[in-house]
Design a protein around this ligand. Structure first.
Ligand code: AMP
Length: 394
């Protein structure tokens, strides 16, 4: 998908609306991981250098169309101000910001409050979204789409607004698309995909699309138990999506026919309860006791996953191998992350949450080939779906 690239001559000195993805994890007003803000800096700097005045539109969480103080973007504006060294004005009102926009001089930034505080942003009704986008379009002469984590959403500020003004993709979106294009068009082989996280239903589409493209598929996380159940194994109290068992069975059969190597864990770290203090025990994945639930891939499996990963020339990884938030169940994710850092080839960590997980476990961004800011967006791209936010910039 060829997105339009940003030409300085098109934007020099203009009032630019910049759609960013600044959806960072925040608790009690504190930003736990500012990766997405940092990833947005390149385009912002470029616009400042071109003497643009910038109106930033972004979202935080899912406020469902009404103001929620805990989801205000104000702490994000403050962090951006610190990182970029330029004052960031803030407008609590989204629809009545014209006055502040008019006062914005070249080289200055104004951030609007969480765009999802307005229900029109995410409305299913196209005419509602269009009307909202028309109101937003008055804030600028040019639209730059750089919120990669939201490009799979047909939302007013991502899709309709991009079509109302002259537009281009920002540096982050361009970099993300370049990496994903490489993964879909010309991956160096062997090409392995490692998937984890909570649900199979979120990822079955991408797995199906990838089966005839990859050489290896390694599965861990909560989603693996639907795979183990599909193979007739006992999974105790582990997470499972019963209605997907037959789909997973068909998928495994197709992988077999295509000669794709599927790696499932041989051992599992189980516990009686889903909490940080529950006692971990390692059992065979063939036989998880009825009163236990699987919360991580076992140590033997982690080593097998790591060795398979290190044999690959291209790796895409999305989703933790276990409940990494609890130290007792973080080993699988840690070992897999470490293996990625040792691959002699291209490694892509897909997803804001996976990125936050590797940082929380002590890894540095530059230990990986590329850390994508968009989980859902990168998965949908790999699934082969058309992403509205990219289509609007093409
Ligand atoms: P996702 O957003 O689908 O990538 O899922 C991430 C979440 O999956 C993390 O918060 C993990 O704690 C959770 N997770 C990983 N493994 C398991 C498991 N075995 N059981 C329950 N949840 C898990």
């Amino acid at each position: 998908m060829g997105v339009k690239t940003l030409n300085i001559s098109d934007i020099q000195g203009k009032k630019v609306i910049l759609r960013c993805d600044l959806n960072v994890p925040i608790s009690d007003g504190l930003i736990a991981d500012d990766g997405r803000i940092v990833a947005s800096l390149s385009t912002i700097k470029k616009l400042l250098d071109a003497k643009c005045s910038i109106v930033i539109i972004a979202h935080l969480g899912r406020p469902k169309g009404e103001p929620k103080p805990e989801l205000s973007l104000l702490p994000v504006a403050k962090r951006l101000e610190k990182l970029i060294g330029v004052q960031v004005e803030f407008s609590e009102s989204i629809l009545e910001a014209s006055h502040k926009v008019a006062q914005l001089s070249p080289g200055k930034i104004l951030m609007l409050e969480n765009i999802r505080f307005e229900s029109s942003e995410t409305s299913k009704d196209e005419s509602v979204r269009s009307k909202f986008a028309t109101a937003l379009a008055k804030y600028g002469e040019f639209y730059v789409g750089d919120g990669f984590g939201a490009v799979h959403r047909k939302h007013a500020s991502v899709y309709e607004l991009a079509k109302l003004l002259p537009s281009a993709a920002g540096d982050l979106v361009r970099a993300e698309v370049e990496v994903l294009e490489k993964l879909t068009k010309s991956p160096e082989r062997p090409y392995g995909v490692v998937l984890g996280g909570a649900k199979v239903s979120d990822k079955i589409g991408v797995i199906l699309n990838l089966l005839d493209k990859v050489n290896l598929l390694a599965i861990g996380g909560g989603m693996v138990f639907t795979f183990l159940a599909a193979k007739g194994m006992k999974i105790g109290k582990s997470l499972v999506e019963i209605d997907l068992i037959s789909d997973v069975r068909a998928l495994l059969e197709r992988a077999d026919n295509l000669g794709v190597k599927i790696i499932l864990p041989e051992d599992i770290v189980v516990a009686k309860e889903f909490n940080a203090i529950s006692t971990p025990t390692v059992v065979s994945s063939q036989d998880i006791p009825d009163d236990q639930m699987g919360l991580d891939i076992g140590p033997k499996s982690a080593l097998i996953f790591a060795s398979e990963i290190k044999n690959c020339k291209t790796i895409f990884w999305n989703g933790p191998m276990g409940v990494f938030e609890f130290p007792n169940f973080a080993n699988g994710t840690k070992v897999v992350a470490k293996a990625l850092t040792e691959v002699d080839g291209m490694t892509v960590v897909g997803g804001g949450d996976s990125a936050a997980a590797v940082r929380k476990l002590g890894f540095k961004d530059n230990e990986f080939g590329y850390i994508s800011t968009g989980g859902g967006a990168s998965l949908e791209y790999l699934e082969g779906k058309e992403l509205p936010g990219l289509a609007a910039l093409s």
